[in-house]
Design a protein around this ligand. Structure first.
Ligand SMILES: [Fe+2]
Length: 189
């Protein structure tokens, strides 16, 4: 079982510094700490974003999806005057894939050879992230965005924040999948 601290998580996801609700920003870090401790990974750099994109770290995907989502949201505000709750967006983005640490285990070949864990085979992707946001008393809208971010979800996002996260996530995922020469989200989700 690896060790991670709140301070380390804050550095991994610098967008958390812009969250106005400081208690929720800290809770988001605590969720990463707990989920990492509940996983089989020893080094936070090793969990993969996806089994079929072996070279992409989950922490990097999460940070980039958050950065892209913030950029899209800022444009929606600036250019169309839409209202976006940046706390909801940033917290949902930072937490959307935290479940992946428990959904995957390192394969026998070491880093880059992740395999589905027993829990990952049992639960729909996103469920565990939603479990943590509920456990840490996050607003229901954040839990719903986190759960609905997956193409496997029967519930689709119905808010600007949820849709921006959904597409920022799919975009980052398919950029990696097309580079890896593997199946795209567009084809399977
Ligand atoms: Fe993702």
């Amino acid at each position: 079982m690896g060790k991670l601290t709140v301070e380390e998580v804050e550095k991994l996801f610098p967008q958390l510094a812009d969250v106005k609700d400081r208690a929720l920003a800290k809770a988001a870090c605590e969720i990463w700490v707990e989920a990492f401790e509940n996983s089989s990974w020893e080094d936070i750099n090793d969990p993969q974003f996806a089994i079929r994109a072996p070279g992409v770290a989950l922490i990097k995907h999460t940070e980039n999806v958050t950065a892209n989502a913030v950029y899209c949201a800022e444009n929606a505000v600036k250019k169309y005057g839409y209202k976006v709750d940046m706390d909801v967006l940033i917290l949902s983005a930072v937490l959307h894939d935290v479940c992946k640490m428990e959904e995957n285990d390192m394969g026998e070949g070491g880093p880059g050879t992740a395999v589905k864990s027993p829990v990952g085979k049992l639960y729909q992707h996103g469920f565990l992230s939603g479990y943590y946001t509920q456990k840490y008393n996050f607003p229901k809208e954040i839990t719903s965005i986190v759960v609905a971010h997956s193409g496997q979800s029967k519930v689709i996002p119905r808010s600007i924040e949820g849709l921006i996260l959904y597409y920022a996530d799919m975009m980052d995922a398919d950029v990696h999948f097309v580079t890896a020469g593997t199946t795209l989200c567009l084809e399977v989700d």
